[in-house]
Design a protein around this ligand. Structure first.
Ligand code: IPE
Ligand code: IPE
Ligand code: MG
Length: 269
């Protein structure tokens, strides 16, 4: 067992379902089904480790451009997954939230999502945010439009728009920015995920394909994160202390020893 600062907010680009299926000679939807199991495992693991906010990139704005069959499979899976996960969310006291242009979802999926969000609204051990029909650029455009409308209506002066006010217009307004962003399957890009929010997020790419992602992979990512120094543009050590994070105990990872002397990460704002 090792003690290490746990990121308050972890965001994951869950990539590689298709390649996982292809490697087994299976259709793509088999990869997505296996990916849903990895979601379930990861939610549980994050809960156990003391992560407070977990954002999962489930379906991007651009993913609407996939074949109608694949989009249909993914939407069907979303429905089944949400219903199946409800008992686990209850058991672990996990609150479900969603970000993205949810109005674009089929009515049935939107209704299920709303239902599970309502049924988990009082839980506060961890917040699970599903990014669905989500694009960082689209989120920014939507925020700009809302601010422009307020300026047009005369209730906001252009010079009053600052980072704080802008952030408040984003879907993610209630939560702190991610501390750690994990991408599976080896791709080194953001693919339109949390563009504004990840300005100072630590990035971690693993070759593991999403359906194979395990608690050990998660611990390896957190262990790597714990060794980094987040400087936020300051010089080493900085002149102002960032409050220290809660430091729950992690199971040891084969990957590396954590430097448990570090602190200064992951405090809910
Ligand atoms: C991620 O896996 C799941 C979604 C984007 C919905 P992919 O379907 O992108 O898998 P690869 O990248 O083709 O392997
Ligand atoms: C990003 O994966 C979107 C999700 C994981 C939901 P993609 O597979 O769509 O990204 P690209 O196309 O490889 O950049
Ligand atoms: Mg992909």
């Amino acid at each position: 067992m090792i003690a290490t600062p746990i990121p308050t907010h972890i965001a994951i680009i869950m990539d590689g379902n298709g390649r996982w299926a292809k490697a087994r000679g299976l259709p793509r939807y088999a990869g997505h089904h296996a990916g849903a199991e990895a979601v379930s495992r990861t939610v549980e693991a994050c809960c156990e480790l003391g992560v407070r906010v977990l954002t999962l990139y489930a379906f991007s704005w651009e993913n609407w451009n996939r074949s109608p069959e694949e989009v249909g499979d993914l939407m069907g899976l979303l429905d089944v997954f949400l219903r199946r996960e409800l008992p686990k969310l209850r058991r672990h006291q996990v609150r479900l939230q969603a970000i993205g242009r949810l109005k674009e979802l089929p009515a049935a999926q939107r209704a299920t999502l709303q239902e599970i969000i309502a049924q988990t609204a009082s839980f506060d051990r961890m917040t699970l945010i599903l990014a669905i029909s989500y694009g960082g650029r689209q989120e920014i455009i939507d925020a700009v439009r809302r601010l422009a409308q307020r300026v047009q209506a005369g209730s906001l002066q252009p010079q009053e728009i600052d980072e704080e006010r802008f952030s408040q217009q984003l879907d993610t307004a209630p939560w702190p920015d991610p501390d750690l962003l994990i991408r599976t399957s080896g791709e080194q890009r953001l693919s339109n995920f949390l563009l504004w929010q990840s300005s100072y997020t630590e990035l971690y790419v693993t070759a593991t394909l999403w359906p194979d992602f395990s608690k050990q992979d998660l611990v390896a990512a957190i262990t790597d994160y714990a060794r980094r120094e987040r400087r936020f543009g300051r010089t080493q050590g900085g002149f102002c202390e960032v409050p220290s994070a809660h430091t729950p105990v992690l199971p040891s990872s084969d990957e590396a020893e954590a430097d448990s002397s570090q602190d200064g990460v992951g405090t809910i704002r």
